[in-house]
Design a protein around this ligand. Structure first.
Ligand code: FAD
Length: 268
């Protein structure tokens, strides 16, 4: 599948179904960029694999947009790399979506950790303004939070999730899975379920998408401050400026290649 560049009127003002222009221009800019990526011959086997993963994920998102109206869909967003990729792909798909008017902002939900990183909070805030998100935050256990979210947003029927196969509980998921019994009822949509860790980073870096700065400090999976550390697999010896003592530094998250080493910086 290939994304079409947005039509315009000749004066750079896109018109699609009379929707709010601000989210459309965000979507259109991202679609143009992803489109160019998909149409160019990949210079490396990794980017070729990412192109294929991108096409599959866009197909899943398109299917979700066919099954559900825009006010029935939300995205679970915690500022992490996987849901960041998902957010970009969702916005791209919306640029071509002809089913109805685009919303003023995209439904998103964030369950704030008990011990949040300031950097994660700041990155989520930045995402809200960059990508025009209608973000609802809850500070409570996840199941309870989704129950409250559905109660307060009665139209929501499907939530996109950035879980991947190698995450805990990711092993048996498919692209569309109703929530388990005991969870509030909605459809979970997993467009990036089969992406590898390194493919997520290749996409983000190739498309130059800004990401949470903790990843540059060796964090590879973001939880709370009490249970998340830089990944020991990324340890690098550094020297202090006076060169008298050495101290521990960490390479950036995108230097890790192995899926199964991703959570070595998490205590659970
Ligand atoms: P990560 O690997 O850090 O994140 C994976 C993805 O989950 C993210 O990309 C993001 O889309 C979402 N996510 C994770 N944390 C947050 C957060 N704090 N705020 C918003 N989004 C977040 N468990 C069950 O046993 N049965 C279920 O039916 C079930 N349904 C769920 C539905 C949704 C929408 C979500 C987000 C979680 C659900 N879970 C369910 C819990 C899930 O299995 C994981 O335990 C949980 O997502 C945290 O896992 P993780 O640390 O591996 O997340």
């Amino acid at each position: 599948m290939s994304l079409r560049a947005p039509e315009d009127t000749g004066d750079n003002t896109p018109i699609v179904n009379g929707h709010d222009e601000s989210i459309y221009s965000t979507c259109a800019a991202l679609a143009t960029s992803v489109n160019a990526f998909l149409e160019t011959e990949a210079p490396t086997p990794m980017l070729k694999a990412v192109q294929e993963q991108t096409r599959i994920a866009l197909g899943v998102i398109d299917e979700a947009l066919d099954r559900y109206s825009l006010d029935e869909i939300s995205l679970s967003y915690n500022g992490g790399k996987d849901c960041l990729v998902l957010l970009i792909l969702l916005l791209c798909s919306l640029a071509n979506h002809k089913k109805g008017a685009l919303p003023k902002a995209l439904h998103t939900v964030y369950i704030v950790s008990k011990h949040p990183f300031a950097e994660v909070g700041a990155f989520v805030d930045e995402s809200v303004s960059t990508y025009k998100l209608d973000l609802v935050r809850y500070a409570m256990p996840m199941k309870e939070a989704f129950r409250k979210y559905l109660d307060e947003h009665k139209k929501i029927k499907a939530i996109l999730v950035g879980t991947r196969r190698t995450d805990p509980h990711g092993e048996n998921l498919t692209h569309f899975d109703p929530t388990d019994s005991g969870w509030p009822a909605f459809m979970r949509v997993h467009p990036v379920i089969d992406w590898h860790y390194a493919e997520i980073w290749a996409f983000i870096r190739h498309l130059e998408i800004p990401y949470c700065p903790l990843y540059d400090q060796g964090y590879t999976s973001l939880g709370g401050t009490t249970d998340t550390h830089p990944n020991p697999a990324l340890k690098a010896e550094g020297k202090d400026e006076d060169k008298k003592s050495s101290h521990q530094t960490f390479k950036p998250a995108y230097e890790l290649m192995e899926d199964n080493a991703e959570r070595l910086g998490r205590d659970w």
